[in-house]
Design a binder for this molecule. Structure first.
Ligand code: ASP
Ligand code: MG
Length: 410
């Protein structure tokens, strides 16, 4: 008999999208309980409920109060916990559902993106002692003033990781609609392979570079408190991907994944006077208006003038252009150009820290395939290139092959 464990399981919206799926999730939970394990289950809102509630709010008010948004969005998870508890009761097991407020997930007051300050686990522990399966509404908390907050999109992951940490759980399983983390998007490269193990840093880098699996903040918290995460499918019993602390042998693998992002646009300011303080003025203006800038490239200056290019989220392009044009005029720069026809391809891997020539291999592979690189940026575990959008699928395939991701770490 396997030892009894305390397991935190989180089920995403797609895993509980309809009645049959809720019943299947309940069956899985009960089968774990029957093995003697203690279970704390975190659930997201059913299917696309959160998106639908956001749409609904905007039909009523295009600029809704963030406090009321949290009040509204937290209802999604309240529905799913109750239904899941009922489904478990139907199977003859004991379960009890709680909201964030009831279990005392205390957050700061930043509505729609609150941070967890502390969790009071008394209620959960008491229910576990009574032999119940505990079901907690994901994504929500409460301020010291009893105002309901939410933890940012995808925040149920954070609820699960934070509970796993606080309860010192033996395992934290994140159930989703894919089999784990893939070496790249399988829709683009059918040869993409499920990764057995990935480090927190690689996962964070992949998330920020476009791979959508888990909320980035939840991975930061998992890293900080060293909570190993098992990302796996709620539709199968297969092992998924373990997100864990870096161990030495992971460095043997040069590249762990290839990501892509089509959501960026490029702005170029021509003929910028080359003197101190100019870049500061441009980027201060953008930051002051809540626009985050991603890649930045400044050319060598000839004749005391230079071009500066940077990328922003496509959704911000109109606002960013307007602000940039204003500053460009003030500092006597030239034309401001926009280019939405770009995409970013990135390679990620902790092995890059200890191996030379990874960048050269990446650029070489793109060059051999006549893919021109417009901008480059690096971190210690990733290299990104901005290229023309029409080449993005090809670039992903070329790099996936070049770094032999089909055969690695697994
Ligand atoms: N339901 C929330 C969202 O869609 C939280 C979550 O799914 O984790 O963002
Ligand atoms: Mg969701």
């Amino acid at each position: 008999m396997s030892p009894k464990k305390l397991i935190v399981q989180k089920f995403g919206g797609s895993s509980v999208a309809d009645v049959r799926r809720i019943q299947n999730v309940a069956k899985r939970i009960v089968s774990y309980r029957k093995k003697g394990h203690n279970l704390v289950v975190v659930v997201s809102a059913l299917g696309d409920t959160t998106d639908e509630l956001i749409d609904l709010a905007h039909k009523i008010n295009s600029d809704p109060s963030e406090r009321e948004m949290d009040m509204l969005l937290s209802t999604g998870e309240q529905i799913s916990v109750a239904l899941l508890a009922m489904a478990i009761h139907k199977l003859g097991s004991e379960a009890i559902s709680f909201t964030g407020l009831q279990v005392g997930i205390i957050t700061d007051t930043s509505h729609t993106r609150a941070r967890i300050i502390k969790i009071n686990t008394d209620k959960i522990k008491e229910a576990l002692r009574q032999g119940k399966i505990v079901i907690v509404a994901g994504f929500q908390g409460v301020t010291l003033n009893q105002d309901i907050t939410t933890l940012g999109r995808g925040g149920s992951d954070l609820t699960a990781v934070a509970l796993a940490k606080e309860l010192k759980a033996d395992e934290c399983e994140i159930y989703t609609d894919v089999e784990g983390i893939y070496t790249t998007d399988p829709h683009i490269e059918p040869k993409a392979r499920k990764i057995e193990q990935i480090t927190y840093d690689e996962m964070l880098e992949m998330a920020s570079l476009g791979a959508q699996v888990m909320q980035a903040r939840s991975i930061e918290v998992a890293k900080k408190f060293d909570v190993p995460i098992h990302v796996r499918s709620s539709f199968s019993n297969n092992r998924g991907t373990m997100i864990i602390r870096e161990v030495k042998k992971m460095e043997d693998v040069l590249v762990t994944g290839v990501t892509l992002n089509r959501k960026e646009a490029k702005i170029t300011i021509c003929d910028v006077p080359d003197r101190p303080g100019v870049a500061a003025r441009i980027f201060k203006e953008l930051a002051a208006n809540g626009i985050s800038v991603d890649m930045i490239v400044q050319n060598v200056s000839h004749l005391r003038q230079t071009d500066i290019s940077f990328t922003v989220n496509k959704a911000d392009i109109a606002k960013a252009l307007k602000l940039t044009r204003k500053v460009a005029k003030n500092i006597c720069a030239g034309e401001v150009l926009r280019d939405e026809d770009i995409a970013r391809v990135s390679i990620v891997g902790v092995g890059m820290r200890s191996h030379h020539g990874v960048a050269a291999t990446m650029f070489g592979a793109l060059a051999e395939n006549k893919i021109n690189i417009e901008m480059i940026s690096t971190s210690d575990i990733s290299i990104s290139c901005i290229i023309k959008k029409k080449f993005i699928e090809k670039a992903v395939k070329v790099l996936h092959k070049k770094f032999r991701l089909v055969n690695k770490r697994g």
